[in-house]
Design a protein around this ligand. Structure first.
Ligand code: FAD
Length: 188
C-alpha cells in the first residue's frame, strides 16, 4: 500500500451564510460528506475555512486520495483550486480523525501575524507555510477537532457559550441575589 499526502487551496463560490450551530452551513455539509467518505476510505486530514478560502490537507492511501481529489476538483462549491503538496508519505502523521475542521482559530491568526500575512490567502503559501498549517492541524487541540459540525466555531467568531451581554447580566443578577441574602440575613 502506497501512502501519499495532498494539500490544496481554493476559493469558496458560495456566499457565506449566517452561522448555524457554530459553523457556516455550506461548510457543515461539506464536512458531513467528507467525514462519511473519508472514514470509509481511511483518509485523515484537516480543513481550514476562513476569508472565503479553503485550505485542506489529506493523507492516506494513494488511490483513495486521488479518487477523492478528483471529486473535490469537480465540486462547484469552490474554484481556483491550487495544489500545494502532492507527494509520497512514508508514514501516517495523523490518526483517529477523518477530517478535522479548524476554523481560523487564534493559532492560525498568530501564524498569519508571524508570517506578516494580513489575511488568509492559502493559495500563496510557501511550502514552509504549508508545513506550518499542517502542523497546526496535527496539533490542534481536542476542542478544535470536530466530532459533529455543531462543535466548530466559524472563522472569526467567538465561542457562543454565553454572549458578553448575557455574562454581565448573569453576574449582576448573582450580585443582586447575594445583596438580597445579606440584607435578609441582617434583618433576622
Ligand atoms: P453525494 O451523496 O453526491 O453528496 C453528498 C452531499 O453533498 C449531498 O447532500 C449533496 O447535496 C451535497 N453536494 C454534493 N455536491 C454539491 C454541490 N456541488 N453543491 C451543493 N451541494 C453538493 N469529499 C470527500 O469525500 N472528502 C473530502 O475530504 C472532501 N473535501 C472537500 C473539501 C471542499 C473544500 C469541498 C468544496 C468539497 C469537499 N468534498 C470532500 C466533497 C466532494 O467535492 C464531493 O461533493 C463528495 O466527495 C461527493 O461524495 P458523495 O458522492 O458521497 O456525495
Amino acid at each position: 500500500m502506497t501512502l501519499m499526502r495532498l494539500a490544496y487551496a481554493s476559493e469558496a463560490t458560495f456566499e457565506a451564510k449566517p452561522v448555524e450551530k457554530g459553523i457556516e452551513p455550506h461548510v457543515a455539509r461539506i464536512l458531513m460528506t467528507s467525514r462519511k467518505n473519508n472514514t470509509s476510505d481511511q483518509l485523515v486530514g484537516g480543513l481550514y475555512y476562513g476569508n472565503n478560502r479553503f485550505f485542506q490537507y489529506l493523507e492516506g492511501e494513494e488511490d483513495a486520495i486521488r479518487r477523492t481529489y478528483e471529486r473535490i476538483l469537480k465540486d462547484e462549491r469552490h474554484r481556483n483550486v491550487v495544489t500545494l503538496i502532492e507527494e509520497p508519505l512514508p508514514n501516517r502523521t495523523i490518526s483517529n480523525w477523518s477530517m478535522k475542521y479548524v476554523p481560523l482559530s487564534r493559532d492560525v491568526r498568530k501564524f498569519l501575524d508571524q508570517q506578516g500575512l494580513g489575511s488568509f490567502e492559502p493559495a500563496s503559501f510557501t511550502s514552509s507555510q504549508c508545513e506550518k498549517m499542517i502542523e497546526l492541524i496535527r496539533n490542534s487541540s481536542q476542542d478544535q477537532k470536530l466530532g459533529t459540525p455543531g462543535d466548530a466555531q466559524p472563522a472569526g467568531d467567538k465561542p457562543q457559550v454565553l454572549s458578553g451581554g448575557l455574562k454581565v447580566g448573569v453576574i449582576v443578577a448573582g450580585l443582586c441575589l447575594l445583596g438580597a441574602l445579606v440584607i435578609a440575613g441582617s434583618m433576622l
